[in-house]
Design a protein around this ligand. Structure first.
Ligand SMILES: Nc1nc2c(c(=O)[nH]1)N[C@H]1C(S)=C(S)[C@@H](COP(=O)(O)O)O[C@H]1N2
Ligand SMILES: [Mo]
Length: 296
């Protein structure tokens, strides 16, 4: 009986390959290059992008995610959409991605720890995805959550972990709808390696890297500013906004410069950090009249 139903629903047929469908891990993606969202800067090599990571669910060492993230199962993958929107639901990843064409965007990525990379991401504009859920006028903020599964994520099992899982992030609605905000499914032309946040991760290039939450399983539209992992852990060090700003130092180090990867710690390739990570033209308007020292 179950077999008959599955056959009737087409579930036993091999899935057809079409633009926008979800390819298998490590598979090449079809995408359009986007000259308006690119840079002349040298790309950080694939090996560095995929072996020097922050993904505390798998440990705090930069090599831990590449070492351990394969234990995470990324298919099937569902994303719960809830809160102030007209189209809430529990969506299969394929259905979320199906209507969209993939773009390549080459963005700078600036970690709050003062290292940076240049990454060719593949994905879709966040605004295009969020609009489909029809957020209501109550939706002032959008909240994101990472998978919480200690069996698959050894960092969540660690007794030394200070993070209250799941990892949480959020954006003001106008930030989320900005043309730069991006939902990535791949990098370097292929689906995301697990250590980079497979199968779906946010990329917000004018903000410190911790805003770019990985392996997303929940999206919620809400009226109030959501709690976020790092601002809860150390509110005097990490704010909700987390805009890259060389004039607002971290309490324990300067943010004026950054170490561009690849670079060894002691023969480091230091460059000046730019306001909004060099994306001032696209995003400065979002913060007009706001004191960036107070709203850091
Ligand atoms: N769920 C989750 N998302 C996360 C993190 C994390 O620990 N857990 N680390 C953040 C930080 S601090 C950075 S710098 C980027 C790193 O992304 P990358 O490893 O793809 O370069 O992921 C961000 N997203
Ligand atoms: Mo980071």
């Amino acid at each position: 009986m179950a077999g008959t139903l599955a056959a009737a629903a087409g579930l036993v047929m091999p899935p057809l390959a079409y633009a926008g469908s979800l390819p298998r891990p490590g598979e090449s993606l079809d995408f359009r290059k986007m000259p308006a969202f690119s840079t002349d800067e040298k790309l950080t090599p694939y090996d560095d992008v995929t072996s020097y990571n922050n993904f505390y669910e798998f440990g705090t060492d930069k090599g831990d995610p590449a070492r351990y993230a394969d234990a995470m199962k990324t298919a099937p993958w569902n994303v719960k959409v809830e809160g102030a929107c007209d189209r809430p639901g529990n969506y299969a990843l394929e259905d979320l991605l199906k209507p969209h064409d993939y773009q390549e965007r080459i963005y700078r990525h600036r970690c709050v720890e003062a290292w940076s990379m240049v990454v060719p991401w593949i994905g879709i504009p966040l605004a295009d995805m969020l609009k489909r859920f029809q957020p209501t006028s109550q939706a002032n903020y959008v909240y994101f959550e990472t998978l919480n599964d200690p069996e698959q994520m050894r960092g969540q099992r660690s007794a030394f972990s200070t993070i209250d899982w799941p990892y949480q992030e959020g954006l003001r609605m106008d930030e989320a709808m900005n043309e730069l905000s991006f939902m990535a499914v791949g990098l370097y032309g292929k689906t995301l390696p697990n250590q980079n946040g497979a199968p779906l991760r946010l990329v917000v290039p004018w903000k410190y890297g911790f805003k770019s939450i990985k392996s997303i399983v929940r999206i919620r539209f809400q009226e109030a500013m959501p709690p976020t992992t790092w601002s809860r852990l150390a509110p005097n060090e990490y704010g909700f906004y987390a805009n890259v700003n060389p004039d607002v130092d971290h309490p324990r180090w300067s943010q004026k410069r950054e170490r561009r990867l690849p670079s060894a710690l002691f023969s480091a390739n230091w460059i000046d950090t730019r306001l909004f990570n060099g994306y001032e033209q696209q995003v400065a308007g979002l913060y007009k009249g706001m004191d960036l020292r107070r709203y850091f």
